[in-house]
Design a protein around this ligand. Structure first.
Ligand code: SF4
Length: 612
């Protein structure tokens, strides 16, 4: 590490291992004048970033290129930030200790809107100007990708260019173009012009937004014909042969998920109407059982982990889940390697399989019915029945489980107080199932936890036109539940409504929101997703000082004719399909899983890979 001051201050901060690098499997390359330097910024603490599968994939992939060195940087926790400011230590890449300002590219992954102020903080700590318009030839190019980049506009003043969609191929393309241009007449402008032609790349400086008097978008156009009118997301057509790392960096300290992760498929065919992931990751693409077995074997060998997690949006929907799990169990049971299957759907809940898996390590059960009543579950196209939940929990209790977590949302379209109270009723029904088992056969001490989050309407979902509930309305519903759930066996947790309100503002934000982010950052907002640091008043002051009404973004119903800031992005799923789904939702009409037959979302007209 180049700056001696760093070593000194590490003794004074919490968890110094967050800031030292040098972990097993981290990649430290020799840097020379021809090396292209890329740093992957994760806008949250180290432990969160180290649990993010996409970052492991891209870090290793970029480092496979001989003349490119990819490093990592995470948001320093408050204590470290204060020390860095006090000693004028800029934010640095963990592998070399060099300041971020020395890199060619500073990349950020956008997983969550409430981490955007951390991006600004990280740029400021690196002495990199916050707006692209203030950066010059010597400054790094700031690039961002990830699920939130599907509405890039709130960061359009800040980020030089966005990668829309899956990064595996396109990241290598932008590096190739950079290498080529660096040999000749390279300028920032020329490079950006060149990559703006690459499919999946959006360069905000080449697009102009005009507004109507009421604040809605009037037009959104490229500034000249050389730039595409729409930006189509990138996908990896053949996931089975796509790059997957054979090792992950293993942290010295505990991270959120200390385990090997293998992605078994991308996409989801269920079509829950609130779910953005269900749209943007279409079409579905799977890895074969053989490939998954190979990846997990090498990962376990190279990391020393004793757990492997099969990652996807809806793991029980993998077409040969039983075959895969039994292969894994055969191989791992005696070695005491645990298997975890996150994201299991209730209507396809393989209890026998879970029981088998949990012989190695037993955990509680988590289910996401999302809504308390059948009517509302049909509205959102969740497609699961109350009986699915009751049967799954009954089976689980009979097999010795006693801890169940249930996840719900409040503020869903068409929700009534009766639907909200359905959450309590469902939690109580689950409790009753436990006590229906004869006393001598019950095992453990029952604990049912019902958690509600506040619904945030997202772009590219059938609810992108929908007004979010106000903070007051969320709080009223939450209080209603809190008052009525009075049972020592049933706990109730709720999410901060004010945080969800801001998330909704940014999620459907336009370019003007970028200035609010900068203002909130100036006022000291960061780690907004962490309740101890979230400061709602500072956010409200920021909106007020700029004369921007946050309710316009969160609580306003849009009509179908309105032009949205993200409409220029083509995810493959058509707006007509989303409108149709929104209308069906109002009538609580279900749309079937598209593995059972095409539902006409449009994705197969744009992309050839995958199956519908
Ligand atoms: S099952 Fe529903 S909520 Fe889960 S990823 Fe698929 S569409 Fe989204």
């Amino acid at each position: 590490m180049k700056n001696e001051n760093i070593e000194r201050i590490l003794l004074e901060v919490e968890k110094p291992s967050r800031y030292v690098g040098g972990e097993i499997n981290s990649i430290k390359k020799d840097i020379n004048e021809n090396t292209i330097r890329f740093v992957m910024g994760f806008p949250d603490v180290y432990e969160v970033g180290m649990s993010h599968l996409g970052s492991h994939i891209l870090y290793n992939l970029i480092n496979t290129v001989e003349d490119v060195a990819c490093e990592r940087a995470y948001a320093p926790w408050i204590d470290m930030e204060a020390k860095m400011r006090e000693h004028s230590i800029p934010l640095y890449g963990l592998e070399s200790g060099d300041p971020l300002s020395k890199f060619d590219f500073v990349g950020f992954t956008l997983q969550y809107e409430m981490s955007y102020t951390n991006i600004l903080n990280m740029l400021e700590l690196s002495n990199i100007p916050l707006r692209w318009s203030e950066r010059g030839e010597g400054d790094p190019l700031v690039v961002a990708g990830g699920p939130c980049a599907y509405n890039p506009e709130p960061l359009a003043n800040i980020v030089d260019f966005f990668v829309i969609g899956e990064g595996e191929e396109v990241n290598l393309e932008i590096l190739d173009i950079y290498r080529e241009m660096k040999k000749g007449e390279y300028t920032r402008e020329a490079y950006l012009k060149r990559i703006a032609q690459v499919e999946g790349i959006y360069v905000p400086k080449f697009y102009e937004a005009e507004y109507n008097e009421d604040g809605t978008l009037k037009s959104f156009e490229p500034i000249s014909e050389e730039f595409p009118k729409t930006v189509t997301k990138r996908i990896v057509e053949d996931l089975d042969s796509a790059y997957f790392p054979d090792r992950f960096v293993v942290p010295y300290i505990e991270s959120v998920h200390d385990r090997a992760m293998v992605e078994i498929f991308r996409g989801c065919t269920r079509g829950c109407r609130f779910c953005q992931a269900g749209t943007i990751y279409r079409p579905i693409r799977e890895r074969s059982v053989e490939t998954i077995m190979n990846h997990s074997r090498t990962l376990l060998q190279n990391t020393g982990y004793d757990e492997v997690s099969l990652a996807s949006l809806s793991t029980s929907d993998y077409s040969d889940i039983e075959g895969l799990v039994s292969r894994m169990m055969d191989e791992y049971k005696d070695k005491k390697i645990a298997l975890s299957l996150p994201s299991l759907r209730l209507d396809k809940f393989p209890i026998e399989m879970i029981e088998e898996i949990q012989k190695v390590r037993k955990t509680g059960l988590t289910f996401a019915p999302e809504a308390g009543s059948q009517r509302l579950r049909d509205v959102i196209n969740k497609g699961i029945q109350e009986s699915d939940l009751i049967e799954s929990t009954r089976n689980a209790f009979r097999r010795g489980w006693s801890t169940v977590k249930l996840y719900f949302m409040i503020g869903l379209p068409t929700e009534t107080d009766e639907d909200v109270m359905g959450i309590k009723e469902l939690a109580y029904k689950v409790k009753d199932e436990f006590f229906a088992i004869p006393r001598e056969e019950r095992k453990g001490n029952l604990k049912v936890t019902a958690s509600t989050s506040c619904f945030v309407p997202k772009p590219f979902t059938p609810y992108q036109w929908f007004p979010q509930d106000t903070v007051e309305e969320f709080d009223r519903k939450t209080l209603m539940l809190r008052k009525s759930i009075r049972d020592s066996k049933v706990n109730y947790n709720s999410h901060d409504s004010k945080l969800s309100f801001l998330e909704a503002v940014i999620a459907r934000g336009d370019r003007k929101i970028g200035e609010v982010l900068i203002e909130a950052h100036k006022r000291g907002c960061r780690f907004d997703g962490w309740s101890e640091h979230f400061n709602y008043e500072k956010w409200m002051e920021s909106f007020e000082s700029l004369g921007i009404d946050p309710h316009f973004y969160a609580n306003r119903e849009r009509d179908y004719e309105e032009l949205f800031p993200w409409d220029f992005i083509n995810t493959g799923v058509t707006k007509e399909y989303l409108i149709k789904e929104n209308e069906k939702s109002k009538m609580a009409e279900l749309t079937k899983d598209c593995r059972l037959g095409c539902t006409g979302c449009g994705v197969n007209n744009t992309f050839t890979g995958g199956v519908c």
